[in-house]
Ligand binder design. Structure first.
Ligand code: B1M
Length: 640
């Protein structure tokens, strides 16, 4: 009886240690399990103690009771206990552990969701071989072979990278390994249809259900020796040979460049659509002030993709101010958008503070070599040689060129917390928010100082017509409003916004997410323009559109959204029609909502996030042309 009670106490203690994110207590109790040899089986301690705690936390996350930092701290406690217990698991239990090779695919550095999936798989008894993020596609196959894995788990957060999953599956087929492993795919853009289309075994919406599904799926597998036998592999090779042969080896077409050429030809021969009453500078300035306009401004966030007009590689667009300015100018000339936002990537400020940046030829640069210690952060000057300085010069050059066309240029850089997460790694910072909040706040403060110097350089050099800040991490599933305020918002209100006031500049935000803490980001910051994404299927989770945002914030802030950028990857006539009808709905809906709320022009028709830089330009042009064609009459009819 006493023994049972103690056992229960230990298991409950382990569960609570995970829930409370208490690494020391998890380690201590796990050590007790080993020292008291026999009373609690180590495997049972993992499953009924540590993993149970993780599962409770995962449920709380899905119900919106806790946020990503809590999960990360809980997972750390779980791993600490497991480190002590795992070597003592009986060999037959250990050999029962299914092996799953996990990672985020090549070109994609988003790893928070992947890490949650890994944690839940580990909690469910899997041996997860974590390849990290931006994983070379061949590595998934090589590691699966090396470990004779039971499953491969791939995450992708971007439409531009999800294609990598199909490449891995094709590679498995080619090598005769497709029937040897289960392939599970996931991440926000991955649908069930897509998973079927590429030949994956399943996709699941969240980490918990992914682990549950895989637990059942591995039960159906043949033993590893059979699945990985020469015989099985050669049969599998034959089975898929025909299927692979049927796939036409389509020549690599640069769809961005091809569509850019088509648009150039069209504009050179027939000109841009329609004569307009106002210049873009007049239209955008008037909209910000809610004055009379000929039509609402339109700017699908076509940033890096404009390099296809020049043409330039992404690397040139990212590091050569002349190429950046030429891209912005060509975009303005051929697409005729109402403004250009100078977004290159999200690691400009972090790069200057010490992390390593990788520059792929044809993709957005990203931060890689994170620094180890918060103490190492030193705030440099914004001077020649820093990325921020180059960005200011590039934006200034773009502004000079675009003014020839009557178009405004909006500079762009990262806010304080985004700078820190890019510098140190997002998981690390979010975990430390819970365990070392003071240290993190001091570090955000230092980042805020650098962010301020960069902003000031933009203003001092008169490099842009306005400046937009990427204040990421306000998504309501990632962080609570309170934490967002403590670790980003407060620094923005205390330090950053006053600088905009000093230079009499509007405060503009792009938050890189939907379902954000709107009250903080708009009302508390006193934001003048807010660029937002909207995903209808996330409505229950707090994603808001023009009909919610204009009535609530329209008087204080100009809204800019919300046509889904993901569809711009596709060039088919159905998708182009969908882009046009979505644009039409947003344009018409926003004007009517403005009118109902006593406003006349405080809205910019946009895309909520950047247009994929490797996609076609057709949808971008169609979206702009629709607003130019339909906008003036609609504006007159509605506003008089
Ligand atoms: Co970026 N980003 N980002 N970003 N970012 C998105 C993904 C984006 C949707 C924003 C938007 O459009 N509004 C957009 C992608 C658009 C698209 O193509 N669909 C985007 C973009 C465009 C970019 C950049 C290109 C921006 C730029 O530089 N111009 C750039 C790309 C860099 C690169 O990868 N090469 C970029 C950079 C970044 C940061 C580095 C700043 C940062 C990532 C930091 C990090 O992960 N270490 C970041 C972030 C944080 C986001 C948002 C805001 C949040 C993503 C996240 O962590 N969500 C995101 C907008 C949004 O989603 N609201 C956005 C929380 C996480 C728990 O959810 O990962 O979805 P998620 O995981 C879920 C499920 O999907 C599922 O389980 C998890 C929950 O239980 N799941 C699986 C995940 N994997 C699974 C696997 C499974 C099953 C389920 O089976 C195998």
């Amino acid at each position: 009886m006493t023994e049972n009670k103690s056992k229960e106490d230990i298991l409950n203690g382990l569960t609570n240690a995970v829930i409370q994110g208490d690494q020391d207590s998890a380690k201590e109790l796990a050590t007790k399990v080993i020292e008291n040899g026999g009373m609690v089986d180590p495997y049972e301690a993992i499953v009924d103690g540590l993993a149970k705690g993780m599962s409770i936390m995962s449920d709380k996350y899905e119900n919106g009771e806790v946020f990503v930092p809590h999960l990360l701290v809980a997972s750390n406690a779980m791993y600490s206990g497991m480190k002590v217990l795992t070597p003592y698991i009986k060999t037959d239990e250990a050999s029962k552990q299914a092996i799953v090779v996990i990672g985020t695919v090549q070109g994609d550095v988003h790893d928070i969701g992947k890490n949650l999936v890994k944690t839940m798989l580990t909690a469910s008894g899997f041996n997860a071989i974590d390849l990290g993020n931006d994983v070379q596609l061949d590595d998934f196959v090589e590691k699966a072979k090396e470990y004779k894995a039971d499953a491969i788990s791939m995450s992708a957060l971007m439409t531009t990278t999800m294609g990598g999953m199909e490449t891995v599956i094709d590679k498995l087929k080619e090598e005769g390994l497709r029937d040897s492993v289960i392939v599970m795919v996931g991440g926000a853009p991955v649908s069930e249809d897509y998973a079927n289309e590429i030949g994956a075994d399943a996709t699941l919406p969240d980490a918990d259900s992914a682990a549950d599904w895989l637990k059942d799926a591995v039960k159906e597998l043949e033993p590893a020796e059979r699945r990985w036998s020469e015989e099985k592999i050669s049969t599998s090779k034959v089975k898929y040979r025909e299927e692979l042969a049927k796939k036409t080896v389509s020549e690599e077409v640069d769809i961005g460049r091809e569509t850019a050429k088509e648009i150039i030809d069209e504009v050179e021969s027939v000109g841009t659509k329609g004569k307009e009453e106002m210049t873009s500078i007049e239209r955008v300035t008037s909209s910000l002030a809610d004055k009379k306009v000929d039509r609402l401004p339109v700017y699908p966030l076509a940033c890096g993709v404009t390099r296809k007009f020049v043409p330039a590689t992404y690397k040139q667009y990212a590091i050569d101010p002349e190429m950046f300015a030429q891209s912005a100018y060509a975009g303005a000339k051929y697409l005729d958008y109402d403004m250009f936002v100078g977004l290159i990537d999200l690691s400009i400020t972090a790069g200057d503070l010490g992390c390593e940046i990788t520059y792929p030829e044809e993709d957005t640069p990203s931060s890689k070599g994170h620094i180890e210690d918060y103490e190492e952060i030193e705030v440099p000057e914004v001077k020649e040689g820093t990325r921020a300085y180059e960005l200011v010069q590039a934006t200034k050059l773009a502004k000079e060129k675009l003014h020839e066309l009557g178009k405004p240029v909006v500079g762009f850089h990262e806010g304080p917390l985004l700078t820190l997460t890019q510098l140190m790694g997002a998981d690390r910072v979010m975990m430390d928010m819970k365990t070392n909040p003071e240290v993190v706040r001091d570090a955000v403060d230092k980042c805020a100082d650098y962010v301020n110097s960069v902003t000031e350089k933009f203003f001092e050099e008169d490099a842009c017509d306005a400046l937009c800040i990427d204040n990421l991490w306000s998504n309501n599933k990632i962080m609570s409003e309170d934490d967002y305020w403590k670790f980003d918002g407060k620094f923005i209100v205390d330090k950053h916004v006053p600088l905009f006031k000093k230079y009499d500049q509007p405060y503009m935000i792009h938050s890189c997410a939907d379902s954000v803490h709107y009250d903080t980001q708009i009302s508390k910051f006193g934001t003048d323009l807010f660029s937002y994404a909207y995903y209808p299927n996330e409505r229950e989770q707090g994603s808001k559109n023009y009909s919610d945002l204009i009535p609530k914030y329209g008087h204080e802030c100009c809204m800019m959204g919300e046509v889904d950028p993901i569809q711009f990857m596709d060039n088919s006539s159905e998708t182009i029609d969908k882009i046009k009808s979505d644009t039409d709905n947003v344009l018409t809906g926003a004007i009517n909502t403005l009118k109902e709320n006593g406003l006349q022009s405080k809205y910019v028709v946009s895309t909520g996030c950047e247009i994929p830089p490797g996609g076609p330009l057709t949808g971008v042009k169609e979206m702009i042309d629709l607003v130019k064609e339909k906008g003036p009459e609609l504006q007159k009819k509605t506003m008089g």
